[in-house]
Design a protein around this ligand. Structure first.
Ligand code: TXA
Ligand code: MG
Length: 324
């Protein structure tokens, strides 16, 4: 299949471009599109057949459920059987935005979307292209990050093509994603909200709105976040995390490896990344895509501090460093 790449204005999307993309979606095809977090790979969310195409293109295990994207909070009742008060509170504060809410699913949501589970993840993205596409398609879009399973998420159209060129019908190129890390996933089906995946909406931000939250997947039952496999978001070049990146860099270099480091205060060959958590998040995947170019045997990343505003970055780095 030939993948067509269409430029689109990220703030004022051209209606003819959105119309062409929506036609692909309506006919059951796959379109990658920008959101404020990362590029998503969208399909008609209530069609089991269209959604199966996403799993095929990504090589994604069928045990890993997808997020349904809506263009407005008023659309959630088309897919959610219940909309708990906490969901309402969090959506009112953070939507549109990088927050995904896990709620009981309606029968209309195909099992393939939820990996057979009774809950569905829903998000309203804060990006004009994403919302225009959802509206024009006329259905919620099932959309994981637009990368092959376990690989780095895309924050530019070029990153999408690296993994999925020839496997999907279309990419809408709306430039860079401003957020750079995937949304915070919060399960609101229980009494206390539970963060299943840390993201740009931090735990203190959530707690300021809805009181105490729990963090981490439950060890059993449906609240497990199946996408939280240890190895995920990984460049092909081995990546190692270090508290003292310069010492680690030196050790590996002395062992004869071609090494590059990523950090904000290093001595040896390194690429600079900001020491501000939001700027770091926005640039991380793009820098890793760039360093994953075959010129290095090893990427060393300086571990950022263990504080809530760095939690999402630390989570992704830890998974990027995991070997399996
Ligand atoms: O920012 C984002 O969330 C991006 C953009 C495209 O919206 N999407 C994204 O999708 O990161 P994906 O499929 O790469 O990650 C979805 C995460 C996975 O960890 C998955 O396991 C979890 O959400 N998830 C989806 N449905 C769930 C459910 N019903 N219960 C628990 N976790 C769920
Ligand atoms: Mg993903």
């Amino acid at each position: 299949m030939e993948t067509s790449v269409l430029k689109v204005d990220p703030t004022n999307p051209e209606s003819d471009v959105i119309g062409r993309a929506a036609a692909v979606i309506r006919s059951g095809g796959l379109v990658a599109f920008p959101t404020e977090t990362v590029y998503g790979l969208g399909a008609k969310g209530l069609s089991a057949e269209a959604v199966a195409g996403i799993f095929n293109a990504k090589g994604r295990p069928s045990t890993n459920p997808l997020i349904l994207h809506v263009s407005d909070a008023s659309e959630v009742l088309n897919v959610a059987a219940d909309w708990p008060a906490t969901a309402q509170t969090l959506a009112a504060r953070f939507w549109p935005g990088p927050l995904t809410l896990v709620v009981p699913k309606r029968d209309s949501v195909p099992h393939i979307v939820t990996a057979g589970g009774p809950t569905v993840a829903v998000r309203c993205p804060n990006h004009a292209v994403a919302r225009a596409l959802i509206r024009a398609a006329g259905v919620p879009l099932a959309a994981p990050s637009a990368n092959r399973s376990t690989e780095l998420s895309p924050t530019r159209a070029g990153h999408v093509l690296k993994g999925l060129n020839g496997l999907i019908a279309m990419v809408l190129d709306g430039g860079r994603c401003s957020g750079g890390l995937e949304s915070t996933v919060v399960d609101v089906t229980g009494e206390i909200p539970r963060v299943l995946r840390p993201g740009l909406i931090t735990v203190p931000m959530l707690e300021a709105v809805c009181g105490r939250v729990e963090v981490g997947a439950k060890s059993e039952g449906v609240a497990r976040a199946p996408g939280q496999m240890a190895k995920h978001y990984s460049p092909r070049t081995p990546l190692v995390l270090a508290e003292d990146a310069d010492a680690e860099h030196r050790r590996l270099k002395d062992a004869g490896l071609r090494v590059i480091s990523l950090g904000y205060d290093l001595i040896y060959d390194y690429r600079f990344i900001s020491d501000d958590p939001a700027e770091y998040a926005a640039d991380l995947y793009a820098l890793l895509h760039e360093l994953d170019n075959g010129l290095y045997d090893q990427i060393v990343v300086e571990m950022p501090p263990d504080t809530p505003e760095w939690a999402a970055v630390r989570d992704r780095l830890t998974r990027a460093a995991a070997r399996e």
